[in-house]
Structure formats: structure tokens, C-alpha cells
Design a protein around this ligand. Sequence first.
Ligand code: ZN
Length: 164
Amino acid sequence: MKVVQLGTDILRQKAEPVAEITDEIRELVKDMFVTMKEEEGVGLAAPQIGRGIRVFVVKADDGVERTFINPQIVETSVETCSYEEGCLSIPKTYEDVIRPERITIQARNEKGRRFNLEADNFLARVIQHEYDHLEGILFIDRLDADKKMKIEQKFLKKAEKKEE
Ligand code: ZN
């Protein structure tokens, strides 16, 4: 699967809920894990592979493969922390982002089973980053306006070159 980059419309659209967890969805999830591994990422959201549905996969530092379908972050901690983030859709760009330190998320897994997960540190970070993708939000939106503009301009130029 091809990961789309900054400048692609779907990255800026709010993803639609999954109506039914079918074999097609399970196949998609499997492919997403493969793509994430190939790209050496720790998380991948469906909009990044051109699918506007509320699905993301994560494999953080504990090595556990987690699938989130129709997720909802139900609680976030008041305490925040700063950590350097990158994104497969914004290659070679790394910036410190401030986010809540802990979150509680509810979702369904690929079997359709509903689960509740409390996460902190790196896992909470990755989940929040991927969740943002479902809302059409990118980590550069959480930087100051100046930094964000510079990154966007860099990618816009790249996209224009490709079209020429
Ligand atoms: Zn990302």
C-alpha cells in the first residue's frame, strides 16, 4: 500500500465510521500492519493509505499490535508532556509536540470486540497522533503557526514539482 503525503486532500478530511467489521476490513487491517512495518512506522491510520474510514493500527514500544476501529478517546489527563513526533505522511520532519500524558480510549478490534484501553507515555502519544488522522488533523497543526507554514510550503513545492 502506498502512504499518501501532506498535500493530499484525504489527510484533511474527517474519516467516516466503519458500519460493519467485514472480512474486507480485516484484510485492510492486515495490509496496514504490513505497510506500517515496511515503512518502519509505529502507527498508521486508514486515511494515510487513501481510505477515509475510522481505522488505525499501532505497534508501539511494547511490541503489541493493536487495531482501533471506530475509536473514541473518552478521557485525557490534565498533565501534558512534550515528545518529538514524525509522520509517515510527512517524511523527514520531526518536531516536539505537546499532548496529554495519559488517555483512555474505547474502540473495537478487528474481531468486532469492544475494548477499553488506558495508555500512557509513548503508547498514549502514538494513539493520539493516529486518532488525529481520523479527524483530518496532522501533528504540524499542533506546532506554532510559523513552523507549520514552513513545513506546508516545503511539501507544497514538492507536490508542484511532481505535477510538472
Ligand atoms: Zn501521522
